[in-house]
Ligand binder design. Structure first.
Ligand SMILES: [Mg+2]
Length: 157
């Protein structure tokens, strides 16, 4: 049973559309286990980031950005990774000058720094879904690993 099936079952039970007494205990236990496993903040983050990645990529496919890209062709991947680095460079440029932070002209309620970091993350998510990478789980796994590392990861500076 996947998460969507467990949620559907729970909704039917809550709406009175499924007979609680007729459902077999193992089925209810399975649904409970799936829901519990997906309820932690970490699991919700993983599911959400993967869902946003899929939505970002779907939108870019619809805009025509992937008509001639191959998810297994190194040159296409390198070009996309270069664009991620360019957005991060634009964020770096946005904090270079002292004084009031420059504001975005595309999303005027936000600074350039916020916009360029958003661009960086959006491009990362697009890339991850294009490559079918498990980015949500990878972030969780790496965060868990980082928590085990020593102070400053054993470095002096
Ligand atoms: Mg940008």
């Amino acid at each position: 049973m996947n998460l969507d099936q467990a949620i559907t079952l729970a909704r039917k039970l809550l709406a009175g559309e499924a007979d609680f007494n007729k459902l077999e205990v193992p089925l209810m236990q399975e649904a409970y286990d799936v829901l519990a496993a997906n309820h932690s903040p970490e699991a919700r983050f993983t599911n959400a980031i993967d869902a946003v990645a899929a939505d970002v990529h779907r939108a870019n496919v619809e805009k025509g950005f992937f008509a001639d890209r191959d998810s297994n062709h190194a040159n296409d991947l390198i070009a996309m990774l270069g664009l991620i680095m360019r957005e991060a460079s634009e964020a770096m440029e946005s904090v270079r000058e002292p004084g009031a932070p420059p504001m975005s002209d595309k999303i005027p309620d936000f600074t350039n720094e916020e916009e360029e970091l958003a661009d960086t993350i959006i491009r990362c998510l697009d890339y991850c879904d294009f490559r079918q990478l498990r980015i949500g789980a990878a972030i969780s796994a790496k965060r868990a690993f980082n928590k085990t590392r020593p102070h400053k990861h054993g470095k002096r500076a």
